[in-house]
Every structure is written in structure tokens, then in C-alpha cells.
Design a protein around this ligand. Structure first.
Ligand code: G16
Length: 547
């Protein structure tokens, strides 16, 4: 019968993408991620899964081949649901099931998913595929396409795109163009139009004020920024560094390096006071920074970005007289000063959730306007349907006064500039540039909104990071026994201190975060907590040395 031939085809093709026996991979923070050599079967199977998800939702599904901030030799896969958000958690389980089924058990696993979800196998399949610039991405995206087509599906290969661009395409496709046109040009047109409209509210900017240094992490973001530049009509003047022409992806550059190391990337010539930003390997994160006249480095991370954007939105809502609630969603990594400022000074609701965009995105959906940012620079803003409608209505209201109308139009263009599907370095960069221009702020003035508490992030290698289990949005460890007590005792030694540990979902390490009254104390606390992790959670290699 029809299904038999489909299954036979899957069976046949899967042999060319066979799974190494015994290999088990976990679905991580943002999908599967490991050394690229281990991923061919995963990609084929995620092609199968995307085809099933497409049949189930009767929509286009996205598959992005990328390992984002990880080193060049790694790769990974991110699955995108119909509205452009990360795939729903229930299907993460199916992903794990398919990924880890031994070769001879693959068909049974596939049939399990089909039965549990009651999938109509005669339904059409549409899958959008994209990839980053890693050398392994080419072959791995072919494996995804193979998976899709072996279930009779149609895979549309966008080739080299940023992760957020693919999320955008999926949403455009499934909203029949209401969100924009599902092409790379459609993306540039939508964002640049909104950006140019916004910057009209900041006339007489000098070329210096329009100038931005960008570190492209030697990745896809650099290529795509180059493509986008002509659309921006010189309203942004970019000096692009680490554009991939010589350096290695994410090596001593990119948003993750800058955030974790708290230092500028290699290969960028920064003068005092110049505004700079870094993308990560798939351009879904961005952080800003500058050197002051004394040569001191200042980082403006996701927390500072969330504060800038939510302040801007609140001011516009006030001007417009719109009663819409703005909330900010953060994770345990959010600097204590940022949370304090948002709650105490700005009086906005702040939520803390587990690491991972899917958790932040979900929490942000509960508000009229949900601003979500991880400290690492991954974030965006979500507007509820009601909020968007209220803004649109006001912009068109013949009885509204000019001030209100103007604020509503600014809000409308802000909505259009934001990629509401996922954090997007290009979109966030344009939004930040527009906000700074409209508010007439220099990067120093933005930085001065509040002062970060000194912090430090470290990594510890353990035999099996899954021994660490956490609760309270990852702020407390419930296992292994004794670890949280040890952390509590260490935290007590320092002023204004906080620390937590959690297993990474993208790298084979345990992450340690600490903050305290001085950098020296934050460093010392992070080190002592690392030693506690090493001793209690089964550290491997040498014991961590003082920072
Ligand atoms: C991914 C996720 C982020 C997360 C980061 C680190 O980012 O999308 O939400 O913050 O991994 O996660 P972990 O600490 O679990 O390793 P990216 O940019 O690498 O895709």
C-alpha cells in the first residue's frame, strides 16, 4: 500500500545515513549539537521528523543546520514550528526518540510517532531548510533534504541564511505573507523600511553618529549584513570586521566570546567611545561594547539591551496614552543590577525562566508586550495581537492628537522592525541603532542607565554533566547531594553575591556563574564554586585553578 512504499523508501535511504550503533545524543537547549562527524544520521532523521510535523500541522516547518556559538568543528540542528518559534517541547521527545533509535528500530520509532500523533500520511509536506557557513553544513543540510524527500516531501533549500532569517521565512509562509515575503529580499525590505521610517525621527545625524563597528564572528551574519547594507540607504554606516574572509568561525570573536571573556574580539580596531557590536555564529545573538578614553572595556549585554528597549517602548506607550503592560523576561544569568533597575526604577514586571529561548519566548507571550533577553544577547520583543491592533487603530484614529498619533506610528514601525519569531542580531542591531538615534543617546549614556554588578562565568568539565539537576529556574541545584549547600556557604563569604551552576545544553560542560561587589570577589567566588562542582559532581582533568 501507499504507506508501505513510503516506509520502504525511508528504510532504503536511511542506510546511507546510518546511525553509529550505541551512540546516544540528548536534545539540548536548542536542539542536537555536537561534533559534526556524529550528525549525519541525526540530520536525516530530523528531515523525517520535520516532514511529519509539517503533515501534522498542515504547515511549513523549518530546519536550520547550525551550531551557532559552538566551535567550527561542531554542528547542530534547530527545528522551527509554524509561527516561526522553536518546535514545541512535546516534539522534542519525538526528536530524541528518532535520533537515538538504532538502525533496525528506526521504522518502528517513526511509526510510533505517526500513530501517537494520528498523522495523516497523505497530507502534503513543506519544509524550509537553511544552513550556516560551517564547512560541514553543506553535507548535513543535504541529509536533512534526503530525510524530507524520502517521506515524499518537498524541501525548499534557502542555502546560507541566518537562523532568524529562516524563522522569519517560515512565519511569512504560514501567514500567507501577512508577516512579510518569504524571501531573503523580503526580509531586508521589511526591516530596512521600518528602520528608515524610525530614523526619520532622528534628523541631522552626522556620519559619525550613523557609524557602527560590527564583528561578524566570521560567520553567516557578516555575509547577510553585507547583503542588507544597500537596503539601509546609508542610514547605518557599518565597518565590518571578522567577515569570514580569513578568520575562523567564533574563534576569539563573536558575541559569546565577548560576553564570556568580557573583552573585545580580536581583529576589531576600536577607538575610544566608538559603538561596536558582535554577532554570534548564526546571528541570533548580539552584544554591544566600547572602550572608554582610559582604555577600559565596557560591555552592554542582553540585560542592557532589554532595559534600553523596554524604556523606549514604555515612553512611547505613555505618549500614545495606550494602557499596555510591558514585561521583561530574563534568566538566572541576568545581572542583579538589571533586575533591580527594571523592578525598582522602571516598575516593570520581571520574570525569570530557565535558559533557552523557547522558555523565554513562551513566558513573554503572556503579556501585552513581552521583552525577552538572555544576558548572552539572545532576545526579541513579542506583541500580543491585541497590542498590535490597539497600536494600529490609534495610528489611524482621526480623533487622536498629533503627539499620540506620532507615538503610535513609531510603535508601528518598531513592531515591523522586530523579528518576533526569535532573537535576531540584524533586527536587534537596527532596533538599538534606531532607539539610540531617536533618544539621542551615546553608547556611554546608554551604559550609564545602571551599573552592572561584577560577574564571572566559568566552565567545568565533569564525567557526566547530567548528575547536576536544578530547580527554581536553574538558580538552585538539587543534585548531586551537598553541592547546593557548598554553594550557599561560599556565597555567604562575599557581599552582594550570588552564584549558580547548571549543565550546558549545547556544550559538554557545567556552567558556573557568580556575581559580587567587586570583580576580584566575583572571580574568587566563581573559582571556588568551580572547585566545589569539580569535587562534588565528578570533575575530570585538572582541578580548576584560581582565575
Ligand atoms: C543556545 C540557546 C540559548 C542559550 C545558549 C547557551 O544559543 O538558543 O538560549 O542561552 O544556547 O545554552 P547552554 O548554556 O545550555 O549551553 P545558541 O546561540 O548557541 O544557539
Amino acid at each position: 500500500d501507499y504507506r508501505m512504499t513510503q516506509f520502504e523508501k525511508v528504510s532504503q535511504r536511511s542506510v546511507q545515513h546510518s546511525k553509529p550503533a550505541g551512540l546516544v545524543l540528548q536534545y539540548g537547549t536548542a536542539g542536537f549539537r555536537t561534533n559534526a562527524k556524529q550528525l549525519d544520521h541525526i540530520m536525516f532523521r530530523m528531515g523525517l521528523l520535520a516532514a511529519l510535523r509539517s503533515k501534522k500541522t498542515k504547515s511549513t516547518i523549518g530546519v536550520m543546520v547550525t551550531a551557532s556559538h559552538n566551535p567550527e568543528e561542531d554542528n547542530g540542528v534547530k527545528l522551527i514550528d509554524p509561527m516561526g518559534e522553536m518546535v514545541t517541547p512535546a516534539w522534542e521527545e519525538y526528536a530524541t526518540l528518532l535520533a537515538n533509535a538504532e538502525q533496525e528500530g528506526l521504522l518502528a520509532a517513526l511509526k510510533d510517532v505517526i500513530e501517537t500523533e494520528a498523522i495523516n500520511m497523505s497530507q502534503d509536506v513543506s519544509v524550509f531548510i537553511g544552513k550556516d557557513t560551517r564547512p560541514s553544513s553543506e553535507g548535513l543540510s543535504q541529509a536533512v533534504l534526503d530525510g524530507v524527500s524520502s517521506l515524499g516531501g518537498h524541501g525548499h533549500d534557502y542555502g546560507l541564511v541566518t537562523t532568524p532569517q529562516l524563522h522569519f521565512m517560515v512565519r511569512c509562509q504560514n501567514t500567507q505573507g501577512c508577516y512579510g515575503t518569504a524571501t531573503v529580499d523580503g526580509y531586508y525590505q521589511k526591516l530596512s523600511k521600518a528602520y528608515i521610517q524610525l530614523t526619520k525621527h532622528a534628523p541631522n545625524r552626522t556620519d559619525d553618529q550613523k557609524h557602527l563597528l560590527v564583528d561578524g564572528a566570521n560567520g553567516i551574519g557578516a555575509l547577510k549584513l553585507r547583503e542588507m547594507e544597500p537596503f539601509l540607504q546609508k542610514e547605518l554606516q557599518v565597518s565590518l570586521f571578522n567577515d569570514g574572509s580569513s578568520g575562523k568561525l567564533n574563534f576569539q570573536c563573536g558575541a559569546d566570546y565577548v560576553k564570556v571573556q568580557q573583552r573585545p574580539p580580536q581583529g576589531v580596531q576600536m577607538s575610544a567611545g566608538e559603538r561596536c557590536c558582535s554577532f554570534d555564529g548564526d546571528a541570533d545573538r548580539i552584544v554591544y561594547y566600547y572602550n572608554d578614553s582610559a582604555g577600559q572595556f565596557h560591555l552592554l549585554d542582553g540585560d542592557k539591551i532589554a532595559t534600553l528597549i523596554s524604556t523606549f517602548l514604555k515612553e512611547l506607550l505613555n505618549q500614545a496614552g495606550l494602557d499596555l503592560q510591558v514585561a521583561v523576561v530574563q534568566t538566572a544569568y541576568a545581572n542583579g543590577s538589571s533586575t533591580n533597575y527594571l523592578e525598582e526604577t522602571m516598575k516593570v514586571t520581571v520574570r525569570c525562566v530557565k535558559t533557552g529561548v523557547k522558555h523565554l519566548h513562551h513566558a513573554a507571550q503572556e503579556f501585552d508586550i513581552g521583552v525577552y533577553f538572555e544576558a548572552n544577547g539572545h532576545g526579541t520583543v513579542l506583541f500580543s495581537k491585541a497590542a498590535e491592533e490597539a497600536i494600529q487603530q490609534l495610528a489611524l484614529d482621526p480623533n487622536a492628537n498629533d503627539e499620540k498619533k506620532s507615538a503610535a506610528r513609531l510603535l508601528e514601525n518598531t513592531v515591523n522592525l522586530i523579528n518576533q519569531t526569535v532573537g535576531d542580531a540584524l533586527s536587534d542591531m537596527l532596533l538599538i541603532e534606531a532607539v539610540l538615534a531617536i533618544k539621542g543617546l551615546t553608547i556611554q549614556q546608554w551604559d550609564a542607565i545602571y551599573t552592572d554588578l561584577p560577574s564571572r562565568q566559568l566552565k567545568v568539565k565533569v564525567a557526566d554533566r547530567r548528575v547536576i539537576d536544578t530547580t527554581d529556574a536553574e538558580r538552585r541545584a538539587v543534585s548531586p547531594a551537598g553541592l547546593q549547600e557548598a554553594i550557599d556557604a561560599l556565597v555567604k563569604k562575599y557581599k552582594m553575591s550570588r552564584a549558580f551552576v547548571r549543565p550546558s545544553g549545547t556544550e559538554d560542560v557545567v556552567r558556573v556563574y557568580a556575581e559580587a561587589d567587586t570583580q576580584e570577589n566575583a572571580d574568587a567566588l566563581a573559582h571556588e564554586v568551580s572547585v566545589a562542582v569539580y569535587r562534588i559532581a565528578g570533575g575530570v582533568g585538572e582541578e580548576p585553578k584560581p582565575f
